[in-house]
Ligand binder design. Structure first.
Ligand code: NAD
Length: 477
């Protein structure tokens, strides 16, 4: 299969390409050129129902396979991802917009994710509890059944891999609903999985927007939901899940504080925050959105980060630039509107702020100084390459600013002092704290949010456990 030759992408249900019952197709656009890449089928509620039914049938057989067999299949998927890495990276770049070198790194990450969960299949462990000599009391862990995976558009291939690998390892089947502006990477990944030996029906892909998403999250044949996306959609998913008491894992937005203490290695902090806010054109839930910088080093920090921002070369992802475009036109408009709001609310635009005069959804790396934490640009997730630099005078104030927000996904502290690092780590309300770096962790590390940034954890054995339910067995001897 090649991007250049395929013009229409049907749905992927029960191991086959099937036409949507609605007969509706939409275009997916290359964000670097604004030209259509291909057409993809839009699933109706009836198609979602077909996918859930296929998943239920496939899951029953899959749950009966032994752990070694599941490990073998998942390990084969990891190998197949590596064998198809160039093709998968190209699809991610063309559909999403990210630089190809960055996409290649993400594809390797997706392969590692499958390897990790291949190793988890034989670690489904229960516990036993003493109940006296006349009885035995223990727990069994069992798969839930069908897992709905609702995916956003910022890193579609990796997030699909992160969603489906633990679900399959634990003996579940999945129905994936990709975002409407990045329908292709999850489809290609599913095909690679099938070619590697994943049984038909175990992975199904129903493309489209809110309608199939809502049909899936409210479907009574869905047994768990893993949703990654914005807070308002997460709330809608939770509401529709409530109808069937379906458990949800929600990975939602972030507006993450990066606190730079006066003793920080400034070069190190600037580099980490630059990577944290400008990677993937700022379209990362874990981005370093708010640099909270001590007043003694504030001016120097601003000068250094502005110089870094101005060094970025923008270009089409396939040319492997420093920064690619935003993913879609409406999102470019949203980011530009936030920049206008920042200027109107009195922040100082130090650099960037414009959309270059060229095709594609490009926006310049942007730095605002003199930001007050109450401003809209400091409170709302922009999901673009826009850094807010906020001054503070003492540690208590830094903590107050860091926590004065409804979200709590990631955070960072830059300091040479271990006591300060640990004090800040304990005080900051976030699911992850990076110390003297940004984007640390591993496939084994749990990832998720405090406060409105979500419920539950993705990655590592936490994600695996979330796909297993506990049955208590009590035997009278
Ligand atoms: P979104 O909430 O608009 O959409 C996410 C997914 O939900 C898409 O597939 C969408 O089609 C679907 N959807 C829309 N309405 C729905 C409904 N009513 N019911 C069910 N599904 C529905 O988010 P987005 O704009 O695609 O992604 C950006 C957001 O994702 C940001 O807020 C970002 O922080 C967040 N995100 C979080 C993480 C994390 O791990 N915490 C990772 C990546 C992105």
């Amino acid at each position: 299969m090649s991007l250049a030759t395929q013009e229409r992408y049907p749905l992927f249900i029960d191991g086959e390409h099937v036409e949507p019952s609605s007969e509706e197709y939409r275009e997916t656009i290359d964000p670097a050129t604004e030209e259509p890449i291909a057409q993809y089928a839009v699933a109706s509620a009836a198609d979602v129902d077909r996918a859930v039914t296929a998943a239920q049938r496939a899951q029953t057989e899959w749950a009966e396979t032994d752990a070694d067999e599941r490990a073998q299949v998942l390990g084969d998927v990891a190998d197949a991802i590596r064998e198809n890495a160039d093709r998968l990276a190209e699809i991610e770049t063309r559909d999403q917009g990210k630089p190809i070198g960055y996409a290649q790194g993400m594809i390797q990450g997706a392969a590692s994710t499958f390897d990790f969960y291949a190793g988890a299949t034989d670690k489904i462990e229960g516990e036993s509890f003493p109940v006296g000599e006349d009885g035995v009391n223990f727990t069994l862990k069992e798969p839930y059944g069908v897992s709905a995976q609702i995916i956003p558009w910022n890193t579609p291939l990796n997030l699909t891999a992160q969603g489906i690998a633990p679900a399959l390892a634990a003996g579940n089947a999945v129905v994936v609903k990709p975002a409407p502006t990045t329908p292709l990477p999850p489809l290609y990944l599913s095909e690679v999985c099938q070619e590697a030996g994943v049984p038909d029906g175990l992975i199904n892909v129903v493309n489209g927007g809110a309608e199939p998403g809502a049909a899936l999250s409210g479907h009574d044949g869905v047994d768990t939901i893993s949703f990654t996306g914005s807070v308002p959609t997460g709330q809608a998913v939770m509401e529709s899940a409530a109808k069937n008491i379906t458990p949800v894992t929600l990975e939602l937005g972030g507006k993450n504080p990066a606190v730079v203490m006066p003793d920080a290695d400034l070069e190190e902090a600037v580099t980490a925050i630059q990577i944290g806010i400008f990677s993937n054109t700022g379209q990362i839930c874990a981005a370093a959105d708010r640099a909270i910088v001590h007043e003694d080093i504030y001016d120097e920090f601003v000068e250094m980060i502005v110089e870094r921002a101005e060094g970025y070369e923008l270009g089409a992802g396939m040319d492997d630039p420093d920064m690619g475009p935003l993913n879609h036109e409406a999102h470019l408009a949203e980011v530009l509107e936030y920049i206008e709001t920042g200027i109107d609310e009195g922040a100082t635009l130090e650099t960037g702020g414009d959309a270059p005069d060229r095709d594609g959804y490009f926006v310049e790396p942007t730095v605002f100084s003199d930001v007050d934490n109450g401003m809209t640009i400091a409170q709302e997730e922009i999901f673009g390459p826009v850094l807010c630099v906020i001054p503070f005078s003492d540690q208590a104030e830094a903590i107050e600013i860091a926590n004065d927000i409804e979200l709590g996904l990631t955070s960072g502290v830059f300091t040479q002092d271990l006591d300060t690092a640990m004090e800040m780590t304990k005080a900051i309300e976030a699911g992850t704290v990076y110390v003297n770096q940004w984007f640390g962790g591993s496939t084994a590390s749990p990832f998720g949010g405090y406060k409105k940034s979500g419920i539950g954890r993705e990655m590592g054995m936490y994600a695996f456990e979330s796909h297993l339910q506990t049955k208590t067995v009590s035997i009278d001897l």
